[in-house]
Design a protein around this ligand. Structure first.
Ligand code: ZN
Length: 373
């Protein structure tokens, strides 16, 4: 495996009309560029991944990029200059094939990467394309002529190349080109075109972020556990200093349990008891974050993303306001969403009943999920 994935994310995105460069905007719960990086990692096809950015953004560097295969470099003014910088960066690393991709296309599939790879065995350059359904005209000065749309190819990225071939022609080029395929065509080199993907569209305007139909689903969750002595208290995934803890088959974290039920509810997947039956020994003393994690991974895989989450934590003590920030930070990490998507309310019950006498803690949660059709 001597292949390299280069992600070009150094553009200014003028058509996008936003203060934040387009590659960093939040798209399906993470920065746009990160979708491509994550897919490159998941494909397990690459020895190196080069992320070409407009500048070193420390938050991006620390938070999002943890994989050792990734190197971050600073790009050039134009796309072809960024591409050249990346090729120079890897030229001594014995790379066989190189895949160049634009961060503005977050929706390609790993299947496409694999089809590109198998076609590259007998070719020096493989490029995905789609056709248009629109009738097409071409304007030359004041004259408009018809074009045969069957003969038009709209090229996409990722585009993949034999490294040496691409490097050789990139060094010769001094002109602005919009993709690397154009470079080889300019020098009359053979390029293999394969069918691309309709979903792999380029995000250029803000409205493209919502190009897919989005459906909304809501889910509600409730949980209550008895407080007992000699047990640690966990709420929202963190340990809270208190005289008692919550009794239960697991760690009794009512906050996470009610969140799990709300998520399962919104995605129409029954309830926590069905998933983690309390008569199964293997779930005994399980930490609730470990119960939540596979559910979150599954949701995202299926195309569900949390829009917001609102929680009522019902107890006399501990005082919720004291731990609100900590619990929200913990939830933000566990759910992989931003803190401002989470609200946590503390609610007492006027000393009434079991909860009022500090013998139990309850929690209810409502969650809204976006589903990208
Ligand atoms: Zn529970």
């Amino acid at each position: 495996m001597n292949d390299c994935f280069i992600l070009l994310a150094a553009g200014k995105g003028k058509r996008f009309n936003s203060k934040m460069p387009k590659q960093y905007v939040n798209y399906k719960n993470k920065p746009l560029f990160l979708h491509s990086i994550d897919k490159a990692i998941e494909s397990k096809m690459f020895k190196k991944i080069i992320l070409v950015l407009d500048k070193v953004n420390k938050t991006i560097k620390n938070k999002s990029i943890k994989n050792k295969k990734i190197s971050i470099i600073i790009g050039g003014k134009e796309r072809y200059q960024s591409s050249m910088k990346a090729l120079n960066f890897i030229k001594k690393q014995n790379i066989k094939n190189v895949y160049i991709h634009d961060a503005a296309r977050p929706n390609f599939s790993i299947k496409l990467l694999k089809r590109l790879r198998s076609n590259l065995k007998n070719n020096k350059a493989v490029i995905p394309y789609i056709k248009t359904v629109n009738s097409t005209k071409y304007k030359i000065k004041n004259k408009v002529v018809n074009l045969d749309r069957e003969k038009l190819l709209f090229t996409q990225t990722p585009q993949c190349f034999d490294f040496k071939t691409l490097y050789q022609f990139s060094k010769l080029n001094k002109k602005i080109i919009t993709d690397d395929a154009s470079l080889l065509l300019r020098f009359n080199k053979k390029v293999k075109f394969i069918k691309g993907e309709e979903n792999n569209f380029k995000i250029t305007k803000k409205s493209d972020l919502h190009k897919f139909n989005i459906k909304n689903f809501f889910g509600i969750g409730f949980d209550i556990h008895r407080l007992i002595k000699n047990k640690k208290l966990y709420l929202g995934g963190i340990k809270i200093p208190f005289h008692s803890g919550l009794q239960g088959h697991s760690d009794g974290d009512v906050v996470l349990h009610s969140i799990i039920d709300a998520l399962l509810g919104a995605s129409r997947k029954k309830d926590i008891g069905t998933l983690y039956p309390s008569n199964k020994m293997k779930f005994k003393n399980m930490r609730s974050p470990n119960m939540l994690l596979p559910i979150i991974n599954n949701l995202n895989k299926e195309g569900y993303y949390i829009n917001n989450i609102d929680i009522n934590l019902i107890c006399e003590k501990p005082k919720v306001y004291k731990y609100r920030e900590k619990i929200i930070s913990s939830l933000s990490n566990l759910l992989n969403i931003k803190k401002d998507q989470i609200n946590l309310k503390g609610k007492t019950v006027e000393k009434l009943g079991l909860i009022g006498k500090e013998k139990a803690i309850a929690c209810e949660t409502i969650v809204s999920l976006n589903y990208y059709v």
